[in-house]
Design a protein around this ligand. Structure first.
Ligand code: SF4
Length: 410
C-alpha cells in the first residue's frame, strides 16, 4: 500500500507502507552526518540510549551495514551537499576499529563530499582508548574527541556502572592530548545519588585542571525501564532534591564562566572557537542524516523539513538493508506550526536565543505576531529576557526550560 501525504498545497510526499517504510523526497538537504554505534562494553544501569553489549565480531559486521546504508542513502538523495560535520555517537563508538572509522569517513567523503575543515567527532569512553588507538583515530580523520568521563569520583563512577576509574579518565585525556587532539570535550553528570554540592565542586575543579576545550554538563535523569528506575523512586532520599540540583547547575555555570568558558547552550560550555559545530546544527535546525540502527534524521526540503528515525532493532536493521531498503520509520513531514515551535524551543536552548529577523526570514511572518503573548507572559515570569542578540532564557528559565518549551508546542 502507498499513501500520499499532502503537507502543503503544492507539496506531496509518497510513503510506501511496505515493510520497511520508504521515503522519497525530491529536494532534500543535509550538511551533517550522524553515525550511531549501538554497542558498549556493558550496559550502564541509568542508560536509556539504544545500545547493547558488544560480543564477538558485532562491530565489524555492523560497520559493513553502515556502509550499505550510506550507499543506499546516497542513491536516494536527489541532491548531495558537502558535509560540514560528521559525528560518531552511541553507544561507545571508540570500540570501533580505527580502520572501520576511516573507511566510513572516506565513504562519506566520496559520496557526499566533506568540507576541508569539517568537524569529525568521535565519542570515546575512558577504558576503551589507549594512546595508539587514539593516534589511529586521529590518523583516520577524527578531529574532535568527546570523552564520556561523567565523574571524577570513583564511588560515583561505580554507582553509574561505568567501566572506568577517575584515574583512567585523566589518563585517557592526557593520552588524547599526546596523540595530537587539540579539540577535546568532556561530559560530566551531576545530581548523582549521594552527591553533595562540595563533591560536585571538587569534580568541576578536577575537570578544569585538564583544560578541555569543551564541557557538557548533564543532570542525572531517571529514565523509565532502566535499572535505576527500579532503584530510585522520584522522591528517593538518595537523590539530590530539586534545589540542590539547581544549586549544582549554578555552581558549574559560575565556575566555568569565570574560567573562560562560554555558556553557549543550556548544557554546553566552550572556549572561544570550540563550540560543537555538529550539535549547534541540531539547535539551528540544519539538516542532518542519521545512519545506523536507532539513528534520527532531519532533512531540510522545500517544505518545513522532515524528521524520521531508523528502526531501533539490530535484526530489523540488518534485514531491511539485506533487502536493499532503507530502514526508516516514523516519517514526519513538519507542518508550519510544528516548524515554528521547533525553531523556538531549539533556538532558546542556545544562549544567543531566537532572533526575530531570522524567524521572519524563515517563516515570512513576525515572531511577535505568532508568539507575542507567550513571550510576554514568559518574560513576566522571569523565564525569558530580551538582549541585543535576541530573546533568551534567563538562568531561571534554563532551570525550568522544559516548562518554557511546552508553551510553544502547537
Ligand atoms: S557507555 Fe554510554 S551509551 Fe553505553 S550504556 Fe553506558 S551510558 Fe549508555
Amino acid at each position: 500500500m502507498k499513501i500520499w501525504l499532502k503537507t502543503q498545497p503544492n507539496k506531496v510526499f509518497r510513503v510506501d507502507l511496505y515493510y520497511p517504510f520508504r521515503l522519497e523526497l525530491q529536494l532534500i538537504m543535509f550538511t551533517r552526518l550522524y553515525i550511531h554505534i549501538p554497542y558498549c562494553r556493558q550496559k550502564c544501569p541509568y542508560c536509556a540510549f539504544f545500545s547493547q553489549e558488544q560480543t564477538g565480531d558485532d562491530l565489524a559486521l555492523y560497520a559493513e551495514l553502515l556502509r550499505q546504508e550510506m550507499s543506499l542513502a546516497a542513491e536516494n538523495s536527489a541532491q548531495h551537499h558537502q558535509l560540514d560535520s560528521v559525528y560518531f555517537g552511541g553507544g561507545t563508538p571508540s570500540l570501533m576499529d580505527p580502520h572501520q572509522v576511516e573507511g566510513l569517513i572516506q565513504q562519506a567523503r566520496d559520496l557526499f563530499g566533506l568540507a576541508a575543515k569539517a568537524e569529525v567527532t568521535l565519542e570515546a569512553n575512558p577504558g576503551t582508548v589507549a594512546f595508539q588507538r587514539l593516534a589511529d583515530f586521529r590518523q583516520a580523520g577524527i578531529t574532535r574527541l568527546s570523552l564520556g568521563i561523567q565523574s571524577f569520583d570513583d564511588r560515583m563512577l561505580r554507582s553509574l556502572g561505568r567501566i572506568h576509574t577517575a584515574q583512567q579518565a585523566r589518563e585517557a585525556f592526557t593520552e588524547a592530548r599526546r596523540a595530537g587532539f587539540e579539540n577535546i570535550g568532556i561530559d560530566l553528570i551531576h545530581a548523582l545519588p549521594g552527591q553533595t554540592g562540595a563533591m560536585w565542586l571538587a569534580e568541576l575543579q578536577q575537570a578544569l585542571q585538564l583544560s578541555p576545550e569543551h564541557v557538557s554538563i548533564y543532570g542525572l535523569t531517571i529514565e523509565d525501564d532502566t535499572p535505576f528506575a527500579e532503584q530510585f523512586a522520584d522522591d528517593s532520599p538518595l537523590l539530590p532534591d530539586e534545589d540542590l540540583a539547581a544549586e549544582m547547575f549554578e555552581m558549574a555555570d559560575d565556575l566555568l564562566e569565570t574560567s573562560g568558558y562560554e555558556h553557549y547552550e543550556i548544557a554546553n560550555y566552550a572556549r572561544a572557537g570550540f563550540r560543537s559545530r555538529h550539535n549547534s546544527g541540531y539547535w539551528k535546525r540544519d539538516g542532518y542524516l542519521g545512519l545506523g540502527a536507532g539513528a534520527h534524521s532531519f532533512l531540510r526540503d522545500a517544505g518545513h523539513g522532515t524528521r524520521f528515525s531508523n528502526v531501533a532493532d539490530l535484526e530489523e536493521y540488518r534485514t531491511s538493508l539485506d533487502n536493499g531498503v532503507l530502514p526508516r520509520r516514523d516519517v514526519m513531514p513538519l507542518s508550519r506550526p510544528d516548524a515554528m515551535a521547533e525553531h523556538l524551543f531549539l533556538g532558546l536552548r542556545m544562549s544567543a536565543g531566537v532572533q526575530p529577523n531570522v524567524f521572519e526570514r524563515e517563516f515570512g511572518t513576525r515572531l511577535q505576531d505568532v508568539f507575542g503573548p507567550k513571550l510576554t507572559m514568559l518574560q513576566g515570569q522571569g523565564l525569558l529576557t530580551e538582549t541585543r542578540s535576541g530573546i533568551c532564557l534567563t538562568r531561571r528559565g534554563m532551570l525550568l526550560s522544559n516548562r518554557v518549551f511546552q508553551e510553544f508546542l502547537p
